[in-house]
Design a protein around this ligand. Structure first.
Ligand SMILES: Cc1cc2nc3c(=O)[nH]c(=O)nc-3n(C[C@H](O)[C@H](O)[C@H](O)COP(=O)(O)OP(=O)(O)OC[C@H]3O[C@@H](n4cnc5c(N)ncnc54)[C@H](O)[C@@H]3O)c2cc1C
Length: 376
C-alpha cells in the first residue's frame, strides 16, 4: 500500500488550500474529512474578505493584520487560478464594504476605522447618503454617515470551497470523505500514523486543519481551540445595485449572487451545538429590519449556524508542532476564509523550510510548551 507524503486532517477551506499548495509543489497529498461531503465552518461563513473593518488599534502593527491584508491581496489571483484550473467560476466581488452609522457610538466606530485605514494607507472614503441610497434603496433614513472601504472584497465561500476541492483533486490529491480520524500517533521512524474506524494512513507530514475540532484529536495535544457559534440567515428577492457588503458594528448583510442577501451573525459560546435559536434568528431579523426597513417582504429562505475555531488569544495556531512531523493550521476564528490563501502558502513554506522560520505570535509552542499553557 502506498502512503502519501502529506496527510491533511480536515477538508475545510484551510485543509483544502494547504493540500492544493503542497500538491502544486510536487508532494503526494491526501485529505481526510469526517463529513460525507463538504466542510463545516467554511460553508457556514459569510465570505467577507475584510481585514480592517473591526481591527483594534493595538493590532494595527501586528503580524495578524499583516497576514489578513496579504491574504486579501492574494484572493484575486487565487480565484483566477482556481477558475483556470477547473473551468468553473466563483462569485468574487471587489466593490467593497459600506460601514453605516445610525447612532453616535457608530460614528465613533467609523472614525476609528478611518484612522486605522489612514495609518495603513488602506483606502477608506466617506460617501454621501444619497449615494448609499442609490446603491442600497432599502436602507433606513436614520443613517448619519457612511464609510466606503473599497479594498474589502467578498466571495461566495460555498462556491469557492467546491471549486477548490475540484482543483485540488485535479492535481491528484485524494480527498477521503466520510473518514473521521480517531487517533494519531507519532512513529519512532519519524512518520505519523492516522487511525480511522476501518483504515490507517501513514505519512511523512501531517497538517492539522480540523477547525473547531482541532483540540479533540486523540494522540495530538489538546490545543485550546473552542467553537464560537455564528447563526446566519439568507434572504431572497433582494435586487439592489450594490453587490458588496453593508455593515454596522459586528453585524453585516452580504450580497450573495444577484438577488440574495446573507445576514449575520451571532457570536455565541454554545459548545459544539450548531442549532439555530429563536433568540439568534430574532436578533438577525431585528438587525436587518432596523437597517433595511423596506425589506419586510423579502423571502426568508433559510437559516443555519456554524462553529468558528477560536483560540484564547484570538490568533491562529500556525506552525510546526515540536517533536512531531506535523504542521498545525487552525484557530482562524472569524477570518478563515480571508486567511486561506495566505495560510496555504505559509504551511507550504514551513513544510519545505523545516519550520525554522515560523511566526512566533502564531506558533503552536505558545500552547504546548509554555508553563501554564491553557488546557495542558
Ligand atoms: C457564521 C460564520 C460566519 C463567518 N464569516 C466569515 C467571513 O465572512 N470571512 C472569513 O474570513 N471567515 C468567516 N468565518 C470564519 C471561517 O468560516 C472559519 O475561520 C474557517 O472556515 C475555518 O476553516 P477550517 O478549514 O479551519 O475549518 P472548517 O471549515 O470547520 O473545517 C474543518 C474540517 O475538519 C473536519 N474534521 C474535524 N475533526 C475531524 C476528524 N477527527 N477527522 C476528519 N475530519 C475532521 C470537519 O468535519 C471540518 O469539515 C465565519 C464563520 C462562521 C461560523
Amino acid at each position: 500500500m502506498t502512503h502519501p507524503d502529506v496527510l491533511v486532517l480536515g477538508g475545510g477551506i484551510i485543509g483544502l488550500a494547504c493540500a492544493r499548495e503542497l500538491a502544486l509543489r510536487g508532494l503526494r497529498v491526501e485529505v481526510v474529512e469526517r463529513l460525507p461531503h463538504g466542510a463545516e465552518a467554511s460553508l457556514a461563513a459569510a465570505g467577507m474578505l475584510s481585514p480592517i473593518g473591526d481591527v483594534s488599534e493595538p493590532e494595527v502593527h501586528g503580524p495578524f493584520l499583516d497576514a489578513c491584508r496579504a491574504s486579501r491581496d492574494l484572493w484575486g489571483s487565487w480565484v483566477a487560478d482556481l477558475e483556470g484550473e477547473t473551468g468553473l467560476s466563483i462569485d468574487y466581488d471587489t466593490s467593497g464594504s459600506l460601514l453605516v452609522a445610525l447612532e453616535e457610538g457608530d460614528e465613533a466606530e467609523l472614525d476609528r476605522v478611518l484612522s486605522v485605514a489612514r495609518s495603513l494607507s488602506e483606502r477608506a472614503e466617506e460617501i454621501e447618503i444619497s449615494a448609499l441610497r442609490h446603491w442600497v434603496p432599502d436602507v433606513t433614513p436614520d443613517v448619519r454617515r457612511v464609510l466606503h472601504l473599497p479594498d474589502d472584497h467578498r466571495v461566495d465561500n460555498v462556491q469557492a470551497c467546491a471549486v477548490l476541492a475540484q482543483a485540488t483533486q485535479k492535481l491528484g490529491v485524494l480527498i477521503h470523505y466520510d473518514s473521521e480520524v480517531e487517533r494519531v500517533e507519532c512513529r519512532p521512524e519519524g512518520t505519523v500514523l492516522a487511525h480511522g474506524r476501518h483504515w490507517r494512513k501513514e505519512a511523512r507530514l501531517l497538517v492539522l486543519a480540523a477547525g473547531a475540532w482541532s483540540g479533540l484529536i486523540p494522540g495530538l495535544p489538546p490545543f485550546p481551540v473552542r467553537p464560537v457559534r455564528g447563526q446566519m440567515l439568507l434572504l431572497g428577492g433582494v435586487e439592489w445595485p450594490w453587490s458588496g457588503s453593508v455593515r454596522r458594528g459586528l453585524s453585516y448583510a452580504v450580497r450573495r449572487g444577484a438577488t440574495r442577501l446573507l445576514v449575520g451573525s451571532t457570536l455565541e459560546e454554545a459548545g459544539f451545538d450548531k442549532h439555530n435559536t429563536v433568540e439568534g434568528v430574532e436578533a438577525l431579523l431585528a438587525f436587518a429590519r432596523r437597517l433595511f426597513p423596506g425589506m419586510g417582504n423579502a423571502r426568508l429562505e433559510t437559516v443555519w449556524a456554524g462553529l468558528r475555531p477560536a483560540t484564547p488569544d484570538g490568533l491562529p495556531i500556525l506552525g510546526p508542532l515540536p517533536d512531531w512531523p506535523a504542521v498545525i493550521a487552525t484557530g482562524h476564528f472569524r477570518n478563515g476564509i480571508l486567511l486561506a490563501p495566505w495560510t496555504a502558502r505559509e504551511v507550504a513554506r514551513l513544510a519545505f523550510e523545516d519550520g525554522e522560520d515560523e511566526i512566533p505570535e502564531f506558533s503552536p509552542k505558545r500552547f504546548v510548551l509554555r508553563p501554564g499553557a491553557p488546557s495542558l
